[in-house]
Design a protein around this ligand. Structure first.
Ligand SMILES: NC(=O)c1ccc[n+]([C@@H]2O[C@H](COP(=O)([O-])OP(=O)(O)OC[C@H]3O[C@@H](n4cnc5c(N)ncnc54)[C@H](OP(=O)(O)O)[C@@H]3O)[C@@H](O)[C@H]2O)c1
Length: 342
């Protein structure tokens, strides 16, 4: 049995880790932290988990307790993993960080976007970007994983086959993305109120969102050199889900795009290339670790539609996919249930 701890257990990605791990036959959650709910039983706070974690209680983060685990997930705001990851790694605990702390390789760039100094630049060299469809072998060897962000996952998986094949102009990429409100976390914020977010839709971060440098870095790795990307996120009245509409301009004779996508993802357990002409819906991935893709063409423009659940393939499910790889388990272990419908 793999013993794990979760730092930040009361947030949306923390409780999603608990829900998914309750079905994982090889993992036992032995520690879960919340400073504000310390002493409260998990099942008292989250009745959906009654019967699954009846002996588990939220506690203050404690490096000794967490350092006794085989792996610790950080489901916390940025900066928290910076402070604790080094100590845990020294104790032999593997770290899977859902925040942005180790996603950007350049500490100065991270500081510019997050408005504070990078708290652990010495660990950046060994952090592995946890997108299995790109970095599976490195993840297997890793001690420290930076789980990709939700928008970055949907966008990179959509562009991956096209950039690898050199089919689109890397200077003219446009990602028009929509997210459900859980993407902003569980903390009380005015824009997330029902009366603010429902029956309405708005763009945000159009002048530059924190996920932009992460997506640029990832697409640049795929392409082999820097790309130019316009990325505009939108807030939509959904609870879960990311929908990315990705545009690219053909710069080479297109092969059969459908075949290109199907072949690239033929062996990927969590990428589903839909039949030609499809329009994937966010509700088709509700609660599951799958990214569903469809590829279309209008003249010289390629359009890829990419949907994920922001809390699963966009965060907690992908974190467990990484854990499975790190511990030599089948990659799909604990992640096999079908999506919720409707
Ligand atoms: N929501 C998404 O769709 C999504 C997707 C991908 C990645 N992420 C990333 O995943 C991380 C967690 O997101 P979330 O949406 O689950 O956040 P959230 O709902 O705001 O929850 C944050 C959790 O972190 C704990 N926490 C806050 N400050 C802490 C500190 N200084 N030390 C220890 N624990 C602290 C909170 O509990 P206490 O304050 O009680 O300790 C809470 O349990 C963020 O970095 C986010 O960017 C989120």
């Amino acid at each position: 049995m793999i013993n794990v701890g979760i730092v930040g257990g009361t947030g949306y990605t923390g409780v999603e880790l608990l829900r998914l791990l309750s079905q994982h036959p090889d993992v036992s959650v032995e520690a879960i932290t919340s400073r504000s709910e310390a002493g409260v039983k998990v099942a008292d706070m989250y009745p959906n988990l009654r019967g699954h974690y009846d002996r588990l209680t939220f506690s203050e983060p404690d490096a000794e307790q967490l350092g006794a685990m085989d792996a610790v997930f950080f489901a916390t705001p940025h900066g928290v993993a910076h402070a604790l990851a080094g100590e845990l790694l020294e104790k032999g605990t593997r770290v899977i960080d859902l925040s942005a702390d180790f996603r950007l390789r350049d500490a100065d760039e991270w500081s510019q976007w997050y408005g504070q100094p990078h708290g652990a630049p010495g660990l950046l060299g060994e952090a592995v970007y946890g997108l299995p469809e790109m970095h599976r072998d490195a993840i297997r060897q890793a001690r420290l994983i930076a789980v990709p962000g939700c928008y970055p996952t949907a966008v990179q998986l959509g562009y991956l086959p096209l950039l690898e094949a050199g089919l689109i102009n890397p200077e003219q990429l446009i990602a028009d993305c929509k997210s459900g409100v859980t993407g902003a976390g569980r903390g009380a914020k005015v824009p997330s109120l029902l009366a603010e977010a429902s029956e309405s839709m708005k763009a945000y971060g159009a002048g530059g969102h924190r996920h932009l440098p992460e997506i640029r870095q990832g697409l640049g790795d795929i392409h082999g050199q820097a790309v130019k990307l316009t990325f505009v996120p939108h807030l939509t009245p959904m609870i879960r889900g990311i929908h990315a509409t990705l545009y690219g301009q053909l710069n080479a004779d297109p092969q059969d795009l459908q075949v290109l996508f199907e072949q690239r993802y033929a062996n990927e357990p969590f990428v589903d290339v839909m039949p030609a002409g499809s329009h994937p819906e966010t509700r088709s991935v509700k609660g599951i670790n799958t990214c569903r893709l469809a590829v279309h063409r209008q003249g010289n423009t390629i359009i890829v539609l990419s949907v994920i659940d922001n809390l699963v393939k966009g965060a907690s499910g992908q974190a467990i996919q990484n854990l499975n790889l790190m511990f030599g388990l089948p990659e799909t272990r604990g992640l096999e249930a079908p999506a919720l419908m409707p």
